[in-house]
Design a protein around this ligand. Structure first.
Ligand code: PBG
Ligand code: ZN
Length: 324
């Protein structure tokens, strides 16, 4: 079956044929939209490096949550910007904290929308690290207690799924244990199982005001050069009873998505992170690329690599294009 007898172009002759042999589909139900909830009233502040994405007070978040649900997007993931930050990130596990109040407001207004919460301390600590500092580094086991308290507090406020992003060892087991002990055995854990120490998080750290005040996150997030280590990280989280596995970032890590898809059976999530979004927006603004087409091609590529779900700042635009 070689040329000239076989000709692959036969199946590309028109859109209807191409449609019949298409292998990958992007759907609104594949998308999860991230939102930044800011303490205070009447706030709607665009993030300069992320056009179309805002830090917002709860009233505006609720309005946007309705819009998201009406577009057919099933879920949002929430990040909080608290009034006060302190060394222990106490707003993170305060039942009256910014995220807890945001969850309750969204669940009241749009109960069908799935609310996922980012479980981490970096948005709430004054030093900007993802855990408790001891001797100049993040202390793993002390941090686990606070992460467990944070996840429990989110569940109590009505979160549908908790998503730990801190990269401490043993956090999935610690969170599963505290949820199960408090009648939340039905709440799934979406693990940021494979999260690399990436420069692609730059714009997010402006949005969440979570830049580390000293050092970097390389003593807990993964080295971008490592592939086999991703399988070890995922395996540990499967053993600790994670319900979803995530790879983050996505674009430079499509091989890792495929590895996880081939080796594990849990639903797989790709996080199309802030820097990936900003690059598309910046180039499109300059008319150097067709922003819509690059967006759809990128998201389709992530699904083709193995993602079942994609967390993306493009979710609303993509859902609108898919609706036609
Ligand atoms: C918090 C967290 C980060 C992101 C999601 N959760 C930033 C970080 O680890 O520094 C990044 C998301 C993005 O860049 O869009 N741990
Ligand atoms: Zn963090």
């Amino acid at each position: 079956m070689y040329f000239p007898d076989f000709r692959p172009r036969r199946l590309r002759r028109n859109e209807n044929l191409r449609r019949m042999v298409r292998e990958t589909f992007l759907r609104p139900e594949d998308l999860i939209y991230p939102m930044f909830s800011a303490h205070g009233e009447g706030i709607r502040k665009e993030i300069p490096s992320m056009p179309g994405i805002f830090q917002q007070s709860i009233t505006h978040i609720v309005e946007e949550a309705k819009e998201v649900y009406d577009l057919g997007i099933p879920a949002v993931i929430l990040f909080g910007i608290p009034e006060h930050k302190d060394p222990l990130g106490q707003d993170a596990y305060n039942d009256q904290g910014i995220i807890q109040r945001t969850i309750r407001a969204i669940k009241l207004a749009v109960p069908e929308l799935t609310v996922i919460t980012d479980v981490c301390l970096c948005e709430y600590t004054d030093h900007g690290h993802c855990g408790v500092i001891k001797d100049g580094d993040v202390d793993n086991d002390e941090t686990l207690k606070l992460l467990a308290a944070e996840a429990l507090s989110h569940a109590r406020a009505g979160a549908d799924i908790v998503a730990p992003s801190d990269m401490m060892d043993g956090r999935i087991a610690a969170i599963r244990q505290i949820l199960d002990a408090n009648d939340f055995s039905h709440i799934p854990i979406m693990s940021y199982a494979v999260k690399y120490a990436s420069a692609y998080y730059g714009p997010f750290r402006d949005a969440a005001e979570s830049t580390p005040q000293f050092g970097d996150r390389r003593s807990y997030q993964m080295d971008p050069a490592n592939r086999r280590e991703a399988l070890r990280e995922a395996e540990l989280d499967v053993q600790e009873c994670a319900d979803f596995l995530m790879v983050k970032p996505a674009l430079a890590y499509l091989d890792i998505l495929r590895d996880l898809k081939d080796n594990f059976s849990l639903p797989l999530v790709a996080y199309n992170v802030s820097g990936e979004y900003s690059m598309v927006k910046a180039a499109a603004e300059k008319d150097w690329i067709d922003g819509d087409r690059v967006m759809m091609e990128t998201l389709t590529g992530m699904k083709r690599a193995g993602a079942d779900l994609i967390i993306t700042y493009h979710a609303k635009e993509a859902a609108r294009l898919l609706k036609g």
